[in-house]
Design a protein around this ligand. Structure first.
Ligand code: DGJ
Length: 780
């Protein structure tokens, strides 16, 4: 809801208010963002600074408005040169070489929420939502700014973006144009951001905002696993259910910067937008520069509410298309099962077993095209490798369909290998400076998507790949970061536009292909989560969260994502052991329990697992198929993750079903008594909570078997191994009935863990990196 008053504006969502206005110098001043408040007559004055004198040795805005020192104001739009000495939102250079701007208020009006011309935009398909457009002008330089705010009422999210419009005959250089600025008084905030690398995405870092600037940023050309654009500002004592939390994200996939600056007056300035480094944009008369849309939300009661706001927003207003609300198919991917070494016979052998197990989608990963037998060549040569696939993608796909499964395909459209026909034909289509030696990443280069010709070519090539393969799923990979920023088609003056122009081309490519193939489920990937962001999610409903599918590592990775992204956006697979990234061995059930909290897939050849494991996979698939219908887009709770013990829960929107995961990294005997701490169930409903029966292998208990064996068994002996085939240590699954109100308000004890003092069927036998999944259904 948007309210326009004489000299101030109120944006309202269900639980938040955002208030700003115009001061006597006609600058936009920030008054309030937080818990919803109702302003009575003249109460707006109570949000305004009562400063009567300029700050010492500061700059007065003008002699007639002497007390205004921009440095000490909370601004909505900051710029250089008029006394504000903090990091600016906008930095422009004018033709005379100056960078002093002065943007003052012209008008504010509402209009229906609009789609941007060059970049992806949030949307609402249910209501005709409105946006507030505030126009500012720098009269001297004839440049306008529109600040566009869109409140999403039910999700408690407000988005904000800028348009910079030149009306000048002279050239204007945009050096920096951030999307969102939030100036507040520092209430002892922590800046919380998510960093990592390949196979170590989304690790949470907390830094206190004391003085100066701290940031989360990427200049590697992609949003990156190094620094995700989702960040938070939280009061120092905030936890899942308590404290103030502001959270932000950016609908963009390229270089980004989130900075938070604390000045000596204890003000805090948060900025997010395109990273100004490696960026510049030149505007001529009539040109409009659109910044990416930024997202903000606020919770007065901790991280869980903040995450629910973000999840609901991303699920309904970022993710779009036929797959938005549809639980995703369970897939079997060929990558870790076969890497580059496969032929049609091997794939079909895999697919047959997968289909029998109930898997719905078979995905052929890298290696199906050109001379692609390793990762040194052939990217760009998107024709079928007939040695591996004699009847091509078409023939293979048909055979997979005949097995009752859909067919999915891996592609890496933005990339090109030096050793490829495409490169030999079009060396100038590549991001590369022909006068220097090119640096490669995974032996490959990046196509220059700032060139329309290249994007048009890719549209044609991939329309053909998707059509001839009759695929229902596409894994869209991107396996290197940027270097050697140079377009062979841009002139010197415009060269620094490349990093942004690349994304304008990239979004056009995605827009055309996803609209042309609306039934295809696209999954983004960039060596796992190197480009996990809202720009990608505006086209692809899910992203492969990490190449690391080790259950232990995944607990932190998936927990990291869960702060800003719903589970429905995460690709989560069960892979082989020892794990190919960490060499760790987690049980098959635990690998599944963790992958359950996302879109499930399998990364191994089901012919190569034991009969017992195959039976377990079949059980998992059956269970997942049932619960995905309830829990897809459910409410996720991070209940705790202290000392290596993780508790996650997801509750269906109608509160009739839930799943609760307990994961322990190390088996410390201090934690033998375990309690489940349910959240979000209905106080009016009754529930049954159930867990699996476990039949543990007696080999796992070594010499301890002698405690129950009438004869002595040597640990690891032939006899021990033989007996292990027939005798199991049984742990009975739990079946607990309880009211929702009891579960919501009290801790639920479950079986004690084994601590060396005795064992019966009512003892949890848990190892390091082990877990239990409790499924919850309402009694109806
Ligand atoms: C990186 C991806 O993250 C993997 O899952 C796999 O698709 C490989 N690329 C294939 O080259």
């Amino acid at each position: 809801m948007i309210k326009i008053f004489d000299d101030y504006f109120v944006l309202e969502t269900e639980n938040t208010s955002y208030i700003f206005g115009v001061d006597e110098a006609k600058h936009l001043i920030h008054y309030y963002y937080g818990k919803k408040i109702e302003l009575k007559d003249n109460e707006i004055d109570n949000l305004k600074s009562r400063r009567e004198f300029a700050v010492g040795n500061g700059i007065s805005y003008s002699e007639d408005k002497h007390k205004i020192t921009m440095e000490s104001q909370l601004l909505e739009v900051s710029f250089l040169g008029k006394g504000d000495i903090r990091n600016p939102l906008i930095d422009l250079t004018y033709e005379d070489g100056s960078s002093t701007s002065d943007f003052t208020f012209v008008k504010a009006e509402t209009r229906t929420h609009t789609k941007m011309k060059t970049l992806p935009t949030s949307y609402d398909d249910k209501y005709k939502i409105e946006e507030l457009v505030v126009s500012l002008i720098d009269e001297i330089h004839e440049v306008k700014i529109k600040v566009i705010y869109t409140p999403f009422y039910n999700e408690n999210v407000i988005t904000r973006r800028l348009e910079i419009i030149s009306r000048s005959d002279k050239e204007i250089i945009v050096n920096k144009a951030m999307s969102l600025q939030l100036d507040m008084v520092n209430k002892d905030f922590d800046f919380i951001s998510f960093h990592g690398s390949w196979i170590r995405e989304m690790q949470k870092y907390v830094q206190p905002c004391i003085i100066g600037t701290i940031s989360s940023e990427s200049i590697c050309g992609v949003s990156s696993s190094r620094s995700n654009p989702f960040v938070m500002l939280a009061s120092k004592n905030a936890n899942e259910t308590y404290g103030e939390v502001y959270a932000f994200n950016l609908v963009y996939s390229g270089n980004h910067l989130e900075s938070v600056e604390t000045d000596t007056y204890s003000h805090i300035r948060f900025l997010t937008g395109i990273h100004p480094y490696t960026f510049k944009y030149i505007l001529n008369k009539g040109d409009v520069f659109e910044t990416p849309e930024a997202i903000m939300t606020y919770s007065s009661n901790g991280f869980t509410t903040m995450s629910h706001n973000m999840h609901n927003f991303v699920s309904k207003h970022i993710v779009r298309g036929e797959w938005r609300d549809v639980p995703r198919p369970i897939l079997n991917n060929s990558w870790e099962a076969a890497y580059f070494k496969f032929d049609q016979a091997k794939l079909l052998q895999m697919a047959r077993k997968a289909s029998k197990a109930g898997i719905e989608l078979f995905v052929l990963d890298d290696g199906w095209f050109g001379e692609r037998n390793d990762d040194t060549k052939a990217l760009g040569d998107w024709y079928d490798n007939k040695k591996k696939l004699p009847q091509g993608l078409k023939g293979l796909s048909k055979k997979i369909n005949n097995l009752g499964m859909d067919f999915g395909i891996w592609v890496e459209p933005e990339m090109i290998s030096e050793n490829s026909k495409l490169y030999r034909d079009h060396p100038d289509w590549v991001i590369k400076n022909p006068n220097t030696t090119q640096s490669l990443g995974r032996h490959q280069m990046i196509l220059d998507l700032s060139q329309d010709e290249v994007v048009n070519y890719l549209i044609d090539v991939f329309s053909d790949v998707f059509t001839r393969s009759n695929c229902k799923y596409v894994k869209w990979d991107m396996n290197r970061i940027f270097s050697d920023y140079f377009s062979q088609k841009l002139d010197k003056k415009h060269m620094k536009e490349l990093s942004h122009r690349y994304y304008i081309g990239f979004y056009r490519l995605m827009e055309v292909l996803t609209s042309r193939f609306p039934h295809i489920l696209f999954e983004g990937c960039s060596s796992g989560g190197n480009r996990f962001d809202l720009g990608i999610l505006s086209y692809f409903p899910q992203i492969w969260a990490s190449d690391n599918s080790d259950a232990r590592a995944r607990m932190d990775i998936q927990q990291g994502y869960s702060y800003g992204y719903p589970l429905s956006t995460l690709g989560c697979h069960v892979s082989d052991i020892p794990n190919h990234q960490t060499l760790r061995n987690c049980s098959l059930t635990t690998r599944y329990n963790v992958a359950f909290f996302g879109n499930l897939g399998y990364e191994f050849n089901l012919n190569e697992i034991s009969k017992e494991d195959y039976k377990e996979v079949v059980r998992q698939i059956e269970e997942y198929k049932k619960y995905r219908n309830y829990l897809f887009n459910g409410d996720f709770y991070r209940i705790s993750s202290k000392d290596g013990y993780y508790h996650f829960e997801v509750v269906s929107k109608d509160k009739k079903h839930a799943a609760y995961l307990y994961f322990q990294t190390t088996n410390k005997s201090i934690n033998d008594e375990m309690f489940l701490d349910f959240k979000g169930l209905s106080n009016e409903m009754e529930y049954v909570i159930h867990s699996l029966d476990y039949h543990h292998n007696i080999l796992d208990f070594g010499g301890l078997v002698n405690q129950i064996s009438p004869i002595h068994i040597k640990n690891g002996s032939g006899l021990h191994k033989l007996l292990s085939k027939f005798i199991k240590m049984n742990e009975k699954g739990e079946h607990i009935f309880s009211s929702g109100s009891l579960l919501n308000n009290s801790l639920l004890p479950v079986y004690n863990a084994f601590v060396g003092t005795g064992f019966n069927e009512k003892t949890r036998l848990m190892f390091d990196n082990d877990s239990r999944l409790y499924l919850v259904d309402s009694k109806e």
